[in-house]
Ligand binder design. Structure first.
Ligand SMILES: NC(=O)c1ccc[n+]([C@@H]2O[C@H](COP(=O)([O-])OP(=O)(O)OC[C@H]3O[C@@H](n4cnc5c(N)ncnc54)[C@H](O)[C@@H]3O)[C@@H](O)[C@H]2O)c1
Length: 329
């Protein structure tokens, strides 16, 4: 039987990309009640539509900076998945807001979880904590040399989680996600990821822009795999740990662009532009072995399969927007 069977589960940031997939997965694993806490600064309620239909999920609009609201909503909870966060670009623009949401807000979640005696908190951390890699693949013992405010907040979250383990006996797992992609990614705001930017350019008939020689790389992990890693992290007997959630597969930007062109049947081609001053052609991909050893997690979705899910979902979203525009008086 799943550790979530019959459980009350809270997912902070539950209306977001990863959070809403965790909500679906927790319902699939037999949770009795799944509460998505979200301030809706980036997530959208439609991400929760399938979960809400089951009658076992709820969306509660609160800000994790609100200590009392967090405490009230965590009472009686068995497992917490803490996903609420600001995007890294927002953290650079507004470092104090980052501190308040991501550090103080996480403190509220950990404190309320300890008070509620939850069996585990699984926290979303990020590969950004590593900074420019000194070695590849990036394993969990790689030094933490991040230089962003967002990365500093994530590193602080991991340390706070450990401290609550020592102080209050709280069981926690921090998952360092690499580049998450898939359905329910943000396709609307000014800050979309490269994949979405490129799909927009394909639709506009414009070439995909690659900076430098295209050798920069990333480790793209599908959101369904990320949700599954979260569930494995709270299985009975899972240890307190900090682990990478990655595929271990290095994807160069050149390959990503070629794959997108092929999967969309586009002929817009690729345009090369010089690397912007100060921008390094970074290569990065993670070492997935600790996640496999400790959690039994291995990413299953190939990049090609995963991109197909993103392309199909995005098409559906854009078609729905067009239909609404046509129907408007
Ligand atoms: N997407 C990635 O590639 C990636 C990589 C590494 C780590 N992460 C981390 O994974 C987690 C989930 O990321 P995502 O891609 O689903 O992001 P997302 O923006 O889709 O989801 C985050 C959610 O948190 C909510 N939120 C923001 N501030 C809040 C506040 N003060 N109170 C309550 N809710 C608030 C947002 O409305 C949003 O729905 C985040 O913690 C993120 O930092 C993501």
């Amino acid at each position: 039987m799943s550790a979530l069977s019959g459980a009350r589960v809270v997912v902070t940031g539950g209306a977001g990309t990863v959070g809403s997939h965790i909500v679906d997965a927790a319902i699939g694993a037999g949770a009795r009640e799944v509460v998505a806490l979200d301030a809706l600064v980036r997530g959208v309620p439609t991400n929760l539509a399938p979960a809400l239909k089951t009658g076992r999920a709820r969306l509660v609009e609160i800000d994790i900076r609100d200590r009392e609201a967090v405490h009230a909503n965590l009472a009686g909870t068995d497992v917490v998945f803490h996903q609420a966060a600001l995007r890294w670009t927002r953290c650079q623009e507004a470092p104090r807001e980052c501190q308040e949401v991501m550090v103080d807000g996480t403190f509220n979640v950990l404190e309320a979880a300890a008070d509620a005696k939850v069996s585990r908190v699984v926290l979303a951390s990020s590969a950004v904590v590593y900074g420019e890699p000194r070695r590849l693949p990036i394993d969990e013992d790689h030094p933490l040399e991040g230089t962003t405010v967002y990365g500093a907040a994530k590193a602080a979250n991991e340390q706070l989680a450990r401290a609550f383990g020592q102080l209050r006996g709280l069981h926690t797992t921090a998952l360092r996600y690499f580049n998450v992609y898939g359905p329910r990614m943000d396709i609307r705001s000014n800050y979309v990821e490269v994949l979405v930017r490129w799909l927009d350019r394909i639709d506009a008939g414009e070439p995909l822009v690659i900076y430098g020689d295209g050798s920069a790389s990333a480790d793209f992990v599908h959101v369904a795999d990320v949700a599954r890693a979260n569930l494995l992290a709270c299985a009975d007997g899972a240890p307190d740990a900090i682990v990478n959630v990655c595929t271990g597969v290095e994807t160069r930007m050149q390959r990503l662009a070629e794959l997108l062109l092929r999967l969309t049947g586009s002929s817009v081609g690729i345009e090369r532009q010089p690397q912007p001053a100060g921008g390094l052609p970074a290569r990065r991909f993670g070492d997935p072995r600790r996640a496999e050893e400790l959690l039994g997690f291995r990413a299953r979705t190939s990049l090609e399969e995963g991109l197909r899910t993103l392309i199909a979902w995005r098409r559906g979203q854009l078609a729905a927007v067009d239909q609404r525009a046509e129907a408007a008086p």
